[in-house]
Every structure is written in C-alpha cells, then in structure tokens.
Write a protein that binds this ligand. Structure first.
Ligand SMILES: [Zn+2]
Length: 98
C-alpha cells in the first residue's frame, strides 16, 4: 500500500494496466484499496476492521472477506461487472481499457 504523500502512477492504457496488474493478486489488492481505502468495512453490519479486527479471508475465494463481527461474507467484486462474469479476474479487469 502506498504511504501517504507517495505518488501513485495510474495506468492509462491496457499494456500499462497489465504491467501494473500482472496477476489476480495485484488486481485484488487494487480492488481492496479502492473499495476499502481506510480498511475493511463490513457491508452488512458496517463494522470497521479497526473495531472488529481484520476480516477472515479464504485462499479458495480470494475476493471474499468475512466479517469478524457478524460472520457474513463481503465480496470485493459484488456490484461490479466482474461479479457476473465467469472470466478470470485479470482479463475482465482490463476490459474498460480495451
Ligand atoms: Zn459484519
């Protein structure tokens, strides 16, 4: 995660984009910081990870985080185009640039 004051280069083209996000892990990390800029917030009980603790995560479902407070799952891709796509995350993630 970039430190405060650190400038972050935003990719403008698909090749840039793929260089920035060469795999699903980096895509997920990016989605996570976009969705939870101040840390995980449960979509159900709205507990912040500062209060509830860092959410549980699962190796088999890398975009899903489980709230420690209410034990419900929040998906990083819920409500986005990727949620309905059966494609792997990385190519779908580049679509807006194609
Ligand atoms: Zn919760």
């Amino acid at each position: 995660m970039p430190k405060p004051g650190e400038s972050r280069v935003v990719p403008k083209t698909l090749p840039d984009f793929q260089q920035h996000f060469p795999n699903e892990e980096t895509c997920i990390a990016h989605l996570y910081t976009k969705r939870f800029p101040t840390g995980f917030v449960c979509s159900y009980c709205e507990q912040h990870e500062a209060d509830a603790g860092a959410p549980y995560s699962f190796a088999s479902r890398p975009t899903v985080y489980r709230c420690r407070n209410c034990k419900r799952d929040t998906s990083l891709t819920a409500g986005t185009i990727m949620h309905r796509s059966n494609q792997p995350l990385s190519p779908g993630f580049g679509q807006p640039f194609s």
